[in-house]
Design a protein around this ligand. Structure first.
Ligand code: ACO
Length: 331
C-alpha cells in the first residue's frame, strides 16, 4: 500500500541549555556528558506547553505539504508527557488547527511512540475513507525531569514533530515491527498523581503496594539496563526487517534511530556493519526528546535533502514500558 510523506515539521524551543548550565545544577561535567551520551546541548521549554509545541510543528508540516487542516482525516499523537489527561493533546490540536474533518487519538508508548503512530497511520490509511493522517509527537520532558538527579536530568530535552502522510505518491511501508516487554517496566518510571479519594482504605497499601514502589512523578531510569536492551533490540529489528522483505543491510540508504545516546547508535551501527555517516544523529544538539526525536529527524532529513523519493529508510525506537518498534520505508 502506498504511504507517502507529504510534509514534515518540527519545533525545538528557543532556549538552549548547555552542559556548562547543567554543571551549575548537579555534580556533573561537560566531559562526562559528552563522552557518555554525545549530548552537548538540549532545548528547554520556558513555558511553551506540549500542545503548543506540537501546534507549531503541525503548522509547518501542513505548510510543507501545501495542505489545509480540513484535508486531514485523523490526528495521531504520541506523548509520554501530555499536558492533560483529558482532553487529549490530539483533540487540542484538532481544535487549534481547525481540522474539522479529523478524529483524534493519543497514545503513550514512550520513546517508541513515533514508530507506533506512523504504523497506526499506515493501517488506518488502508481504509477507503481515510486519505491523510497527521502523525505527531510532542514531549515536554522538562515537566517530568528531576533536576536533582544527575543520572537523568542531563539527558532530556523538549521537542515536537509532525509528519503528514497520505496514500497518494510512490512512498511505501515495506514492513514494520512493534513489540513490548512489560517485565522491564520498572526500568523507566514516571508515576501519575496520587488519588485523593476520601474512601481510600489503608490496608490496600499492604495488600497491593505500589507496583514501582518509591517512584514519584519525576522520571526514574535505570540507564545501564535500558542501554543493553536498546542496542540488542535496535540491531535485531533492522536485521529482521530487511530479511523479511528479501533485502540486505547494504540496501538501506539511511537510518533514523531513536535519539537516546550516541554510544547506543555507534554500538548498533557496529553490530549491523552500517556506516555512521548514513545514520541521523540529532542527540548532540537536542538530547533525548523521547518520541519527538524521530519526527525531528525525519523533518531535518527531508528538508536538507538527506532522504529523498525512492530512498530506503529504516527507523527504530525503544523506550519505557518497555516498548520497541521499527519501520522500513520507501520514501
Ligand atoms: N555526571 C557525572 N557522573 C554521572 C552522571 C552525570 N550526569 N550520571 C551518572 N553518573 C555516574 C554514576 O553515578 C556512576 O557512578 P558510580 O560508578 O560511582 O556509581 C557512573 O557515572 C556510571 O553510571 P552508569 O549508569 O553506569 O553510566 P552509563 O555509562 O551506563 O551511562 C546513561 C548512563 C547515559 C544513562 C546510559 O546508560 C544510557 O544512555 N542509557 C540508555 C538510556 C535510554 O536510552 N533511555 C531510553 C528511553 S528514555 C524514555 O523513554 C523517556
Amino acid at each position: 500500500m502506498n504511504y507517502t510523506i507529504l510534509g514534515t515539521g518540527s519545533y525545538l524551543p528557543e532556549r538552549v541549555v548547555t552542559n556548562a548550565d547543567m554543571e551549575k545544577l548537579v555534580d556533573t561535567s561537560d566531559e562526562w556528558i559528552r563522552t557518555r551520551t554525545g549530548i552537548k546541548t538540549r532545548h528547554y521549554s520556558t513555558g511553551e506547553t506540549g500542545w503548543y509545541m506540537a501546534l507549531q510543528a503541525c503548522q509547518r508540516a501542513l505548510e510543507a505539504a501545501q495542505m489545509s487542516p480540513k484535508d486531514i482525516d485523523a490526528i495521531f499523537v504520541s506523548s509520554a508527557t501530555p499536558d492533560y489527561m483529558v482532553p487529549s493533546t490530539s483533540c487540542i490540536l484538532q481544535g487549534e488547527l481547525g481540522a474539522e474533518n479529523a478524529f483524534a487519538i493519543d497514545i503513550n508508548v514512550a520513546c517508541a511512540g513515533y514508530i507506533y503512530v506512523m504504523d497506526m497511520a499506515a493501517r488506518y490509511l488502508a481504509s477507503p475513507n481515510i486519505n491523510h493522517v497527521l502523525v505527531v509527537s510532542t514531549e515536554q520532558l522538562t515537566a517530568r525531569t528531576n533536576f536533582n538527579d544527575r543520572n537523568t536530568c542531563v539527558l532530556f530535552g523538549d521537542a515536537a514533530s509532525a509528519t503528514v502522510v497520505g496514500k497518494e505518491g510512490s512512498g511505501e511501508i515495506l514492513t514494520s515491527i512493534l513489540g513490548a516487554d512489560g517485565t522491564g517496566g520498572h526500568l523507566l518510571v514516571s508515576k501519575n498523581f496520587d488519588p485523593e479519594n476520601p474512601f481510600l482504605e489503608a490496608d490496600w497499601q499492604e495488600r497491593w503496594p505500589d507496583r514501582f514502589e518509591g517512584h514519584i512523578q519525576k522520571l526514574y531510569m535505570n540507564g545501564a539496563e535500558v542501554y543493553r536492551f536498546a542496542v540488542r533490540k535496535m540491531s535485531g529489528m533492522i536485521k529482521d526487517m530487511v530479511a523479511e522483505v528479501g533485502l540486505t543491510i547494504e540496501d538501506i540508504d539511511y537510518m533514523i534511530p531513536h535519539q537516546a545516546n550516541t554510544r547506543i547508535l555507534e554500538a548498533a551501527a557496529k553490530r549491523l556493519k552500517f556506516p555512521m555517516e548514513k545514520m541521523y544523529t540529532g542527540i548532540e544538539k537536542m538530547g533525548n526528546t523521547s518520541s519527538a526525536g524521530l519526527g525531528v529527524g525525519i523533518d531535518e532529513c527531508v528538508r536538507t535533502g538527506t532522504i529523498k523519493s525512492g530512498d530506503l529508510v529504516a527507523m527504530s525506537g525503544f523506550g519505557g514500558g518497555l516498548t520497541y518498534g521499527a519501520l522500513l520505508l520507501r520514501i
